[in-house]
Design a protein around this ligand. Structure first.
Ligand code: ADP
Ligand code: MG
Length: 451
């Protein structure tokens, strides 16, 4: 291939190729705002927006960049990265900021929306990109494409943030749009209050352009409220008004949810948000640190992202703890300090016992320990028992014969079979995933509190 000169156009091509070979989160966070600063005698200098990008590109992506350059006829002997003059050289830009919408202010608390939640400040990774993409579409054309949208996922994963962000974005684009955010709890309370005071429920939710209802799972079993919501839903949907709901589970896994509501939720689009992967956790920490104007080293980010995995709220909590500590003492955060503050021992302790797993699993599923460890094969008992075995394996690394013993079995193949059954089911079954996740949290919380 003919020797090429690396100019900015070619660099964009190279980036385009890199984009398809790394995760979207990585690309957005590390590559997107890079440029070529120099290309001389095989020494290529890439301009990066901040030290995090520099560090990441240096340690993880140099080879990939070199190879991609080579495919385009550029033989780079040396690749170096320089934080671009003029860019904030310490704190990174929010990985997810589309420049266009950054500046316009969002009306504060309009329609109960919290203006802290924006699409810009929502960090996108593989765990939430589908939900994010769907929400972007809705923000552009509410009521036209995905209606309703049903966003579900475990606690602290960004549901409230995302659905409120859509509302804020719609208002930002069209200040006449009537957007209303309400938690399911408040909807129900207002409705019940109206009944109690014998006033008619003047349902202003029926006259909005966009209705956002958070944690809709709580409507299940509340007959009258559910009925009111059902009619609200119909009125809005018929008028092509956008409906956005969130829940901790998919529609078909919400117990006691009326069939007619369930089918309506499934009319439009159902998307889930999964726990964030490592790269997303890192990107989130960077974004939050930047917003708080604190400077975290790449090692600190790395440590936090590796040690707090469960959800984004906890990640934020850890960051807040670090910031509060540093502010009070007037010191800068460094790895040593952060390790002390967020030591693995402050994280859920791994020193739980098999007995605790059996006990907690039984309680979680409203069974007695005797039932869980009995030979009974009723479905309501078999699955919890299998989950307990799975947890003994995944959390404690017990051997199969040991596991069998704790659930009153003598044959260790049952344990093997059970563990792999749950492992496989976890891949396919979101409901099971969130159940196991919640159970695990309870086991560890209990351990921290009492153990
Ligand atoms: P959920 O409603 O799913 O329980 P939240 O939306 O309340 O979760 O999110 C918990 C916290 O984590 C919030 O402060 C939110 O801003 C933050 N958060 C969640 N997901 C993201 C994300 N993708 N990017 C940035 N912040 C996030
Ligand atoms: Mg929420």
């Amino acid at each position: 291939m003919r020797e090429q000169v690396l100019n900015s156009v070619l660099w964009q091509t190279v980036l385009g190729e890199i984009e398809v070979s790394v995760s979207p989160a990585s690309f957005k966070t590390w590559f997107k705002n890079t440029s070529v600063l120099g290309s001389e005698d095989g020494h290529i200098t890439v301009g990066v927006p901040n030290v995090y990008a520099k560090e990441q590109l240096e340690t993880k992506f140099s080879k990939l960049i070199m190879q991609t350059l080579k495919r385009h006829g550029i033989k780079a002997q040396k690749l170096s990265y320089r934080v671009r003059p003029g860019s904030q050289d310490i704190t990174p830009p929010p990985p997810s900021s589309p420049v266009s919408s950054a500046s316009a202010p969002v009306r504060s608390n309009y329609g109960n929306l919290n203006n802290r939640y924006t699409l810009d400040s929502f960090v996108v990774g593989s765990s939430n990109e589908l939900a994010y993409a769907a929400c972007q579409v809705i923000a552009r054309e509410p009521g036209s494409k995905y209606n309703p949208i049903f966003v579900y996922g475990g606690v602290g994963l960004g549901k409230t943030h995302l659905i409120q962000a859509v509302g804020n974005e719609i208002v930002r684009r069209n200040s006449n749009a009537r957007v209303e955010y309400v938690t399911c709890e408040r909807f129900t309370k207002e409705f019940v209050a109206a009944i109690l005071s014998k006033k008619s429920f003047s349902n202003h939710y029926r006259s909005v352009d966009v209705l956002i209802v958070d944690d809709i799972q709580f409507i299940a079993g509340k007959e009258k409220s559910a009925e009111e919501f059902f009619h609200t839903f119909n009125a809005l949907h018929q008028a092509n008004k956008q409906i956005i709901v969130s829940s901790d589970k998919p529609p078909n896994a919400i117990p006691a949810l009326e069939e007619r509501l369930r089918t309506r939720f499934e009319w439009g689009m159902t998307v889930d948000i999964q726990p964030p992967d490592l790269e997303t956790r890192m990107a989130i920490l960077q974004t939050k640190a930047k917003a708080a104007q604190i400077n975290l080293g790449a090692d600190v980010i790395d440590y936090l992202a590796n040690n707090i995995q469960s959800n984004i709220r906890e990640l934020e909590g850890a960051l807040t703890r670090v910031m509060a500590y540093c502010e009070m003492r007037g010191v800068a955060p460094n790895l040593e300090l952060v390790e002390q503050l967020i030591s693995p021992s402050k994280q859920p302790s791994r020193h739980i016992t098999a007995k605790q797993i059996v006990d907690k699993t039984a309680r979680f599923f409203n069974l007695t320990i005797e039932e869980l460890t009995s030979p009974r094969r009723a479905k309501e008992i078999v699955e919890p028992r299998q989950i307990a075995m799975y947890l003994m394996r995944s959390e404690l690394r017990l051997s199969f014969p040991q596991i069998s013993k704790y659930v009153g079995r003598s044959d260790h193949t049952t344990a093997m079979h059970s563990v792999s059954k749950i492992e496989n089911a976890l891949i396919k079954n979101q409901h099971l995933r969130s159940q196991v996740h919640e159970l695990k949290e309870r086991i560890y919380v209990w351990k921290r509190t009492w153990g």
